[in-house]
Design a protein around this ligand. Structure first.
Ligand code: ZN
Length: 354
């Protein structure tokens, strides 16, 4: 059978089996090597074999293309392994290793798949769900928080042909839960009073509000106030007396924009993004009171809020859409939370290595 030239090791005279690829390329191989690599092949070869023509080894038609076989077989033979720099190549080989139960290769390929997390998180997530790799699915779900929209319906990943709809539903649910958790941190205006030590608002026994240690957007009364009001009180007067502080408009606009973005991309890093902080700095610079302090204090605030969001997100449980790890709603929360914490910790360690 004529065809493209295959690697030298797949074209030896001492071959005792021929794999014919779906695109008609012959790979002259060895039962002993293939049988050691795959229990499926081992079983196949242990069955009584029809004889090849004359002295010729038996020919087996396989569904893989020559390109997939060229990528798959080096994991079985003593030769350099391909790097599989494209996720399509990796996915095809992984699919074959799963089918032929070549677990030692699958595990290595799943590790390689992690390299595609930053660039192809949805495909990594889809493949992880198809092969039911819990750690990889969780790591991808976390990266997918930064994807908005989640996918382009006109150009969806090829894995969607085989993916269960519940895999996408679980991702949506996780993103919604994370958005709720992240937004609740930003929208908790009451924490502006004393939730960011050493910044605080104090109230005297007589009810006089002291903002000398407060964030500048609470202390300033020169520029325009925003739409939010924060109640302040001391133990003697109580909140019902209605003392309020109004954060300045430039800060409220920043806070609103960040909260809106967190609905789409529930990531801690959103609050420090320049496209939100820069307009706030520019507006604050127009106020003689806010101007000199706004940039430094807003960055301090943003970094502190980012930590709080990170903390809130780490408590959100991603429920796997497959396998024994699938957790029904009524399951014990502590166990679920513990599993998620461990996965997030592992994912963090993983991302730290990038
Ligand atoms: Zn001001």
């Amino acid at each position: 059978m004529a065809g493209p030239v295959v690697s030298q090791l797949f074209d030896r005279a001492d071959a005792d089996i021929v794999f014919r690829s779906s695109d008609n390329v012959d790979f002259r191989l060895h039962k002993l090597i293939l049988g050691m690599a795959s229990p499926v092949f081992s079983d196949m070869f242990s069955l009584p074999q029809p004889q090849g023509e004359g002295e010729q080894p038996q020919v087996v038609d396989v569904p893989e293309t020559a390109s997939v076989l060229e990528n798959l077989l080096p994991f079985c033979y003593p030769m350099a392994r391909p790097e599989l720099l494209h996720i399509d190549d990796l996915q095809s080989v992984l699919h074959s290793t799963e089918k032929y139960e070549m677990t030692f290769i699958s595990n290595q390929l799943l590790q390689n798949l992690r390299h595609f997390l930053p660039t192809e998180p949805l495909r990594v997530y889809s493949i992880a769900c198809l092969v039911e790799d819990a750690d990889l699915a969780r790591a991808a779900a976390k990266v997918l928080l930064g994807s908005s929209p989640l996918y382009d319906p006109h150009n969806s990943p090829p894995e969607f042909d085989r993916l269960r709809a519940s895999a996408l539903a679980k991702i949506d649910a996780y993103r919604i839960d994370c958005a709720t958790a992240a937004r609740s941190v930003v929208l908790d205006y009451d924490q502006l009073r004393s939730g960011f030590p050493p910044r605080f608002v104090s109230v005297s026994r007589k009810g006089n509000v002291d903002t000398s240690n407060a964030w500048i957007w609470l202390a300033c009364s020169s520029c325009t106030g925003g739409s939010v009001e924060i109640y302040v009180a001391n133990a003697a007067t109580g909140y019902r007396h209605g003392q309020t502080l109004t954060p300045r408009a430039w800060w409220s606009e920043y806070s609103d924009a960040v909260a809106k973005e967190l609905t789409l991309r529930p990531l801690a890093s959103v609050v420090t993004e320049t496209r939100f902080t820069r307009p706030a700095f520019d507006k604050a610079a127009k106020c003689a009171t806010c101007g000199p302090r706004a940039a430094v204090e807003l960055m301090q605030y943003a970094e502190a809020v980012a930590k709080k969001i990170e903390d809130a997100l780490s408590k959100v449980v991603f429920v796997l859409p497959f396998g024994q790890n699938e957790v029904p709603e009524e399951a014990s929360k502590p166990v679920v939370a513990e599993l998620a914490d461990r996965a997030v910790e592992e994912a963090n360690q993983f991302f730290a290595g990038w």
